[in-house]
Design a protein around this ligand. Structure first.
Ligand code: 16G
Ligand code: MG
Length: 563
């Protein structure tokens, strides 16, 4: 086996592949062998599956990140995490130079490299090197981070082995949140312009901006400064403690599910709260307490409270986008800045939020396919792009022009006090936001600052609009790829007859809407329905699930009604 791979490689021009590297990759890759026949896809958010299947993937992603670093002549990030998945799972995402998600063509390389059988690995590497004309003599640097899963330590070591096998330099950040690693990569490649590429640098940039913002809030009681945070028993909890120590008690945080006892993401965390529409276990809250939940790698956040009757109220990504975009729009008016602001959502956005943003706030609203990269790209088209998935992943992007205009105005001396105050608030808002990716800690600081500045309670925020009742269900089919969608996943084009069936069902209910899409992370078809009452939303979701089961090759018994 060795002889055949080596001879293949010797045909490579030396300029592209120094000979010493060949033996090193061979030696190292044999320590991270691929189980024969195992096929995995670089999905919506990288590879994600049971941790036991991932050692070779990690090694190979270390190799790929090193190639990507040489290709882009920049530092690349590799984050070992499976986000909100159960503790037994793990996963890996690659981070491109400006802290954004890996570009689509390289996702294909990632899938190819992951699925290449052991004896073909060198040929697969050579293929990428040739296709992308990568000069292997260039330096390469890869930043590596990991979440708190027990499997993350050895898996991140496998990534480092891959980086070193191809002669790359590495910096191991150890335990960090996913958005922190995105931030580090961006800082490094912007040569410090975005901030200092250390956890301390991250904490101080965000907390300084938060403290500057909260100076604009008047007379807050300790109760108003209090926030309950569910850390999902993940990395978010210890990292939030580090940030909290910089906040000078302007925000008083009680952290629950901090990982000291409970299991990661088990009956807690943003995904659990959003999907189950109930508080996490492990949190002792009283009616009216302002609470939020992070997910396992702290790139999602949702808020909630219970009222005096014991009802649970969720403030999801749509409510967060509404709060932030309203705040920004008001500041733009006060500052007299003519910048185009838009909100980017997915089909999961509650219909009430879209209506409120378009009709009342007169903000441009765009809808994209599910997955952060789609929202991120759409948001880049505006001066200010606020993007949030309903599940709580989101951030705000400011164009270069927008940032420059804000900076200029904040420095200007010949403007009135109202404009000056607005410009400074905008400047600090830019600084508190992690623009590379959705970031639970950064989003939380921004939301807390907005509520404080506006003197708004969580109930008042919730009352901005009322969500339409909704329901999400899953249907198992033999091949979920038979479902193809269009119009940002809002309509199904195949299998034949499915969309017509959905249209017919939706007509039976008031204010109703429903769509289906194949999941990008699980082997299921997802069904979403909303309507004027919970009973109607539940009934519609069930009927649409039945249609999927019948028309798209359902597996097992037909879905049963929810009631
Ligand atoms: C991933 C995506 C998230 C999306 C979710 C949809 C990233 C970083 N994460 O978690 O944005 O909402 O997948 O999952 O892109 P689904 O395809 O299983 O519904
Ligand atoms: Mg996550």
């Amino acid at each position: 086996m060795r002889a055949s791979c080596t001879s293949l490689l010797l045909k490579l021009p030396l300029r592209f592949w120094p000979e010493g590297a060949i033996t090193k990759v061979l030696e190292k890759s044999s320590l991270h062998p691929k189980p024969a026949g195992l096929v995995l896809q670089y999905g919506t958010a990288g590879f994600r599956t049971n941790a036991k299947q991932l050692d070779h993937i990690m090694f190979r992603m270390g190799l790929l990140a090193t190639l990507r670093s040489r290709k882009t002549k920049a530092t690349i990030g590799v984050m070992v995490t499976a986000s909100h998945n159960p503790e037994e799972d793990n996963g890996v995402k690659l981070i491109d130079p400006m802290g954004e998600m890996l570009t689509a063509t390289w996702e294909d390389f990632a899938t190819q490299l992951a699925n290449t059988e052991q004896k073909e690995l060198l040929a697969a590497l050579k293929d990428i090197i040739n296709k992308e004309a990568i000069n292997m003599k260039l330096e390469a640097e890869v930043f590596v981070g990991k979440d708190t899963r027990s499997s993350s330590a050895s898996l991140s070591q496998a990534v480092l082995d891959g980086v070193h096998a191809l002669g790359g330099q590495s910096k191991d950040y150890g335990l960090v949140t996913t958005p922190q690693l995105h931030y580090m990569v961006c800082c490094q490649n912007s040569h410090g312009q975005y901030g200092e590429a250390t956890v301390e640098g991250y904490c101080s940039k965000l907390s300084q901006a938060f403290l500057a913002l909260s100076k604009n809030a008047s007379n807050r009681t300790d109760d108003q400064k209090h926030l309950f945070v569910d850390g999902a028993n993940g990395i978010g909890a210890p990292k939030l403690r580090e940030v909290e120590s910089h906040l000078k008690k302007q925000l008083q945080i009680s952290i629950f599910n901090d990982g000291s006892r409970g299991k990661l993401n088990h009956q807690c965390g943003a995904d659990f709260v959003k999907v189950q529409q109930k508080p996490p276990t492990g949190v002792e809250i009283s009616p009216g307490d302002r609470c939020c939940s992070f997910d396992g790698d702290a790139d999602r956040i949702v808020y909630y409270y219970t009222d005096s009757r014991g009802f649970f109220h969720l403030l999801d990504g749509d409510k967060i986008a509404t709060l932030i975009s309203t705040f920004l729009k008001e500041l733009l008016v006060q500052a007299g800045l003519d910048l185009k602001i838009a909100v980017v959502q997915t089909a999961y956005a509650n219909g009430s939020s879209t209506r409120y943003l378009e009709d009342t706030m007169k903000v441009i609203v765009r809808c994209t396919k599910t997955g952060v990269k789609h929202l991120h790209h759409a948001a880049q088209e505006f001066d200010i792009g606020v993007y949030f998935e309903a599940n709580g992943h989101g951030t705000v992007l400011f164009s270069k022009t927008a940032e420059e205009k804000v900076q200029l105005l904040a420095k200007s001396t010949n403007i009135n006090d109202e404009r000056k105050r607005a410009a400074l608030l905008l400047q600090n808002t830019v600084n508190v936001i992690n623009q590379t990716v959705g970031d639970a800690i950064s989003d939380m600081l921004l939301i807390e600052a907005i509520l404080a500045i506006k003197g708004m309670t969580v109930q008042q925020w919730d009352a901005i609009y009322s969500d339409l009742p909704n329901r999400q269900l899953k249907v198992t089919v033999s091949d979920r790829r038979v479902i193809e969608t269009t119009d940002a996943e809002r309509r199904a084009v195949s299998p034949a007859g499915l969309q017509e069936a959905i249209d017919g069902l939706v007509k039976k209910y008031k204010q109703a809407r429903s769509f289906v899409r194949p999941s990008g992370t699980e082997d299921v078809v997802r069904v979403y329905a909303e309507a004027d009452s919970q009973e109607s939303a539940d009934a519609l979701a069930h009927e649409v699930s039945l249609a999927v089961h019948r028309l798209a090759g359902g597996v097992g018994a037909e879905p049963k009604p929810l009631h």
